[in-house]
Design a protein around this ligand. Sequence first.
Ligand code: WTA
Length: 648
Amino acid sequence: MADKKSSVTQKGEKVSPSQEFKKQAAIQSLAEYKRLYSESVKNPKKFWNTQAKDLLLWRKPWKQTLKWKEPHAKWFVGGKLNVCENCVDRHLGTARENKAALIFEGEPGDQKTLTYRQLHTEICRFSNALETMGIRKGDRVAIYMPMVAEAVVAMLSCARIGAVHTVIFGGFSSESIKDRVNDCSAKLVITADGGWRRGKIIDLKANVNEALKGCPSVENVITLKRASNRVHMKKGRDHWWHDLVANASHVHKAKAFDSETPLFVLYTSGSTGKPKGVLHTSGGYLLGTTMTSKYVFDLRESDTYWCTADIGWITGHSYVVYGILSNGGTNVIYEGAPNEPGPDRFWSIVDHHKVTIFYTAPTAIRAFMKWGEAHIKKHDLSSLRLLGSVGEPINPEAWKWYHKVIGGGRCPIVDTWWQTETGGIMITTLPGAAYSKPGSAGLPFFGVVAKVFNDAGREVRRGRSGKLVLTQPWPSMLRTLYGDNRRYKETYWSEYDGVYFCGDGCRQDKDGYFWIVGRIDDVLNVSGHRLGTAEIESALVSHPSVAESATVGRPHDIKGSAIVCFVTLKDGYKGNDALKATLRAHVGGEIGPFAKPDEIRFATALPKTRSGKIMRRLLKDIAAGKEIHGDTTTLEDVSVVRQLQEQG
Ligand code: WTA
């Protein structure tokens, strides 16, 4: 029988950082963390004033730290800064000038390093090119690029001139590009001919061309030559990146912008309707990401940091671009798949570039576990000193494996809980200060007041489950949903009065550690990608054969959640394998290949209550192959359940 004490699933097990790690860390003890945390929540104004002064470069000081008119926050009111100057220019003329800012590795194996000086030159050229194209402060620019250095240049150039970028993940389809571009009326799209993924070229430009048939706001398109695939360029609209920068000056003066100047819109899935455009602004967002990068990743001058997230997601924004560069860090970026050409690609990158901090998602960790240790043992991972996890709860087995096999038992793991909306990390353990409990994200970061509420809006007792809420505004919080203040209010601030509800279920243990159990709304976390079930359902019903559909998640060993869709067909259509394949492809086309359902089940009707509501809980159980307990008497037609179960 297994020894219970060493069971990796045992809740509450504590893993402490080594003395060696502690001694060099920015925050070295739980007492120091607690002292600073208590200052940050007792006198937030004083705390954030000091941090903003210490960590950022301001052109003009602010008059008011926070203006809070629930649910709208303004941070560092009256202050002026330039986000790009903070991330790049301020390192020039210091020892960081010739330090690597970006170390790029393409999937085919090509490599390129940009020092802070070189990154600055590229950004100045590209900023001039954008201005020549007529892009001004406040204009929206869509970026649909592979994970290459130029994508970072594009983002920071937008920030430099005050334009608002909206990065669209390269896995999204033309339909998704169209929706996002139209929602924010982007004037310009920046893309590439193609990007490499699993040895193949993803034809990004073709997707943009298709999308732009329905995007009247777009005036120009800039295309980076990356994969040298044949692309169609439309005269007058399309420009090659290399032509534009060849003619652009490498001198560009960064203007100072108001602290609340919009920095970017990032679309993310919610439980209803189309994706929401989460709006982040300048000063507060940069402070949040700079400060968390410094303390959570315990960044040191000598670190080589690698976050595997794509810039199309918030993690790529906050912890590849803004937070890390603002600290003068060295960032590794990799274009392709983790198993191209072999399942050891990531470890060859860690070994080759001597990565010291590695930040990835549990879904990737579980895939590595499955692929086996032999691929890892081929490489020397002794450069690693800190590991991170983000995107979904990490199961204790995966945590332990990550700690032992990747971290060699010596690297602390920071399990970081946060969201597109929070802008930066909210709950984690500071690596030199606090012990970790495998499976728990840990303690609140400075300035974060997190609580677990019951449905009635009262805090539950420690150990009880409830809904995770944040009760105080924080600098990197979203400001609104682009163009939709009402939806902003409804989505985040209507569950409880004056309190931000994040959509996650949670439990806090007796030590104050938070255990996130995952989404309790209709949002799925599929391989670390956030997807609304409503989006998948609306993609399905846009197919002529589908009358109605309901989508739920089923637990999946590697992906976290698998997508299971229940479909009723219109008269005249037959639910067979060919139609299943067609519908999967259709969803892929409507949203993106990563959203293709894992399973489709046909039924003559969906289980509904007598008032006509689809019984999702029941469908979840059916999808998971669970026996159906509980009351089904409210069901309109019980035979439907049997029909759906039989297809499992
Ligand atoms: C989930 C990604 C448990 C959570 C940064 C959240 C996590 C959603 C963790 C946000 C974690 C993220 N432990 N769950 N460490 N990190 N989540 O907006 O459900 O893509 O609400 O941001 O991911 O996903 P998003």
